[in-house]
Design a protein around this ligand. Sequence first.
Ligand SMILES: [Zn+2]
Ligand SMILES: [Zn+2]
Length: 266
Amino acid sequence: MYDCHIHSDFSIDSKYLMEEMVLEAINKNMKSICFTDHIDFDVTENRIDIDFRPKDYFKKIKQVKYKYMDKIEILTGVEIGMQPQLYTRYDKFINNNPFDFVIMSLHTIDRKDIHGDNFTYNKKPIEALNIYYDTLYHIVKNYENYDVLGHLDYIDRYFESFSQIPEFKKYAALVEDILKLVIRKDKGIEINTAGVKYGLGYYHPKIEILKLYKELGGEIITVGSDAHCPEFIGYEYREVEKLLRELGFKYIYIFKGRKKFPIHIG
Ligand SMILES: [Zn+2]
Ligand SMILES: [Zn+2]
């Protein structure tokens, strides 16, 4: 099993040490995991940075990597919270650090946190989706120093009620434009299993988007639980493999040194 999206206490929203996460991953017989702790520059109206000190991060991860190297592969990654004003800044940050893997996510729009600032509230649901996918299109069009797009339909989690989420066909064209760009630029998407944990009943992205990705010729997919605690490492990994096989995918991918490696899933 592979988990390319986990957090540790280098993320503001996790309190678990890397070693605790690693021990549970070994316990679950995982073959490879990648820590993708959060960097969210320039969030909130006070324009604060939510980040970690890369020096400390790499020092710690090196320690656990070598301590457990005969039991599990531990990869270094980051989940960047992108906004259109941050391209140069993230570019510099990523180029200065030897990450294996970079997930680009959209957590914040106009310095409003989609989750914490209730971005979807007081907007018509389709209007909120239009803004979200327009922003995502903009960042995918203009930024390339990443490997996969994180939890593509993340916004679904944050409607006041899930019953407000518009039907996919009402915004499928927007998603299609994003996927075409991702594919053309040789980037990938992730399947993030946390959607199920949040009660949505599906992974990010939802099955319609995965089918569309396949139809358009998309192949690069990583699998991640987005675990912020040991319990959820590898969450639903086998189910994802099964789903991907049913949809006609033959491989998932992991990234090392920013290069993709296919893993055959039968
Ligand atoms: Zn995220
Ligand atoms: Zn995450």
